[in-house]
Design a protein around this ligand. Structure first.
Ligand SMILES: C[S@@+](CC[C@H](N)C(=O)[O-])C[C@H]1O[C@@H](n2cnc3c(N)ncnc32)[C@H](O)[C@@H]1O
Length: 281
């Protein structure tokens, strides 16, 4: 992504999480009372324009995927905390609001993000009168230029306790080298640590209509200055994660079965491009 500018894709994702709070039927898949607040008046107009029309199925499906991935991360985090995890590291946090809804008093939260995006988020929070909770630490890092372990270390990260990591909406924007060094670092953590990430399948693995949806999304993120550069098939990503046990890799059928059954609206994920993965040490 561009060095000095906050992530535009982080804004787009946050707009869709906020749209979910306002426009989708209850019960929500991701109940996030901060999602609209963090955007404040600055982006209220963009929020009204955020596509929610049911006649744009790929757009609705994208919103479904984005709320499901945050919910999946928080479900896995709850399991991790129940098993003794006391640190949560959000890699490429964007405008994620978990730290402001954290129900676990002993869980320390580290928000790792590109410095420009993190600064912008902090300004939005301040404008909205949302103050950083005591157990939140900001860690500015550019994954392509800085070393994550050193930056976390100087922020007070404790490598001696099990930690849960979320890496949501980040993998497709990384180089393979940055992805591998991030995964290698997570793989070195204490037993009981875990990670949730989402990834996209390569265009060549998609059926025709999904190739068109892929091209449209890829063109939009390219225009935003954050081109996609990394995709995996399930077999390929499994080969990257051999250090982990109990891997779970969900496609749209499993995601719909878990989070979108019995809804009164038509919110659900579509196609085979996006997948959710969790893995443990
Ligand atoms: C699509 S947004 C997702 C944000 C957030 N995880 C969410 O789900 O709302 C991508 C995030 O990755 C971060 N990112 C992309 N490339 C990065 C890099 N080289 N170093 C640090 N962060 C990066 C951006 O700043 C942005 O916050």
């Amino acid at each position: 992504m561009e060095e000095a500018r906050p992530s535009k894709t982080a804004l787009r994702v946050a707009l869709r999480r906020a749209a979910h709070q306002l426009y989708d039927a209850k019960p929500l898949v991701l109940d996030d009372p901060i999602a609209v607040l963090i955007l404040g008046d600055t982006y209220a107009e963009e929020l009204r324009r955020t596509p929610t029309r049911p006649d744009r199925p790929f757009s609705v499906a994208l919103r479904a995927f984005l709320v499901a991935r945050s919910r999946y991360a928080e479900d896995n985090l709850a399991q991790a905390v129940a098993q003794g995890v006391t640190q949560y590291v959000l890699l490429g946090t964007g405008l994620d609001t978990f730290a402001h809804r954290n129900p676990f008093p002993h869980l320390r939260v580290f928000e790792v993000d590109h410095p420009a995006t993190q600064q912008w988020k902090r300004e939005l929070l301040e404008t909205g009168g949302l103050f950083a909770p005591e157990n939140l630490t900001y860690v500015p890092v550019d994954f392509e230029r800085q070393r994550l372990p050193e930056q976390l270390d100087s922020a007070g990260f404790d490598p001696h306790v099990p930690t849960f990591f979320a890496c949501l909406g980040v993998v497709p924007y990384l180089t393979l080298e940055a992805f591998r060094s991030t995964i290698d670092f997570i793989a070195e953590q204490r037993p009981g640590s875990g990670v949730v990430l989402d990834y996209g399948q390569p265009r060549s693995a998609l059926p025709f209509l999904e190739k068109l949806a892929h091209d449209s999304l890829a063109a939009r993120v390219q225009l935003a200055g954050e081109p996609f550069q990394l995709f995996f098939t399930p077999t390929e990503i499994a080969a990257e994660l051999t250090a982990f046990r109990n891997r779970e890799d969900l496609g749209s059928a499993e995601i719909n079965a878990r989070y979108f059954t019995g809804r009164t609206d038509n919110l659900k994920v579509l196609g085979s491009a996006g997948r959710l993965l969790s893995a443990w040490l």
